[in-house]
Design a protein around this ligand. Sequence first.
Ligand SMILES: N[C@@H](CCC(=O)N[C@@H](CS)C(=O)NCC(=O)O)C(=O)O
Length: 216
Amino acid sequence: MPDFTLVIGDKNYSSWSLRPWLLMTQAGIGFDEAGIRLRQPDTRQQILAHSPSAKVPALKHQGLLIWDSLAIAEYLAELFPHRHLWPRDVAARARARSISAEMHSGFQALRSHLPMDIIGRHPGKGLEAEGVAGDIERVRHIWRDTRSQYGAGGPFLFGPFGIADAMFAPVVSRFTTYDVPVDAQCRAYMEAVWNLPAMRKWIEGARAQMNAYGTG
Ligand SMILES: N[C@@H](CCC(=O)N[C@@H](CS)C(=O)NCC(=O)O)C(=O)O
């Protein structure tokens, strides 16, 4: 029995849940999953039974409750220092924290007009909405800049897969769903994330859930 229980929302829609789930699965940290169906009359009640934030994700570990995706990532990085979930180099680590925090607190237009729908395909939808083009350009710049400066050791933002990639994974999904134009460097990064075994597993889970709900 793993020590961890991760409380998450619908795999097709819950971008915040994807982040710690992907991080833990890809890092080989075992956990039990407690899934809550979003957008139901009792969703809030169901989440409150686990977390006072009334939001998913939340992580339970040995009597502790950690809520909020970035707090969960930080907790795991502290518990498993040898897994290097943040980059080893201090400058790279500062950059990884900066872009992860920027992702966590920003990109409102991208979030509201291009919501995650991981198995859906809506090419071009929402791209003209106010603020979306600026958010998209900022993401593309972050990916290109980080890959060029720090990505030599692998196909991810800082080489090996880590927290920053988990934070941006839902954006890779959105760019795929809404067919956002990207250059070859961004495309290669998106493919690396999309083809992660853990990402494939999450997408299959999303498909299975949507079929079970009768909406797939
Ligand atoms: N800042 C939070 C955001 C969490 C969040 O907004 N989660 C959404 C689902 S993706 C949620 O729980 N919404 C409540 C609801 O749908 O009732 C985090 O990083 O974990």
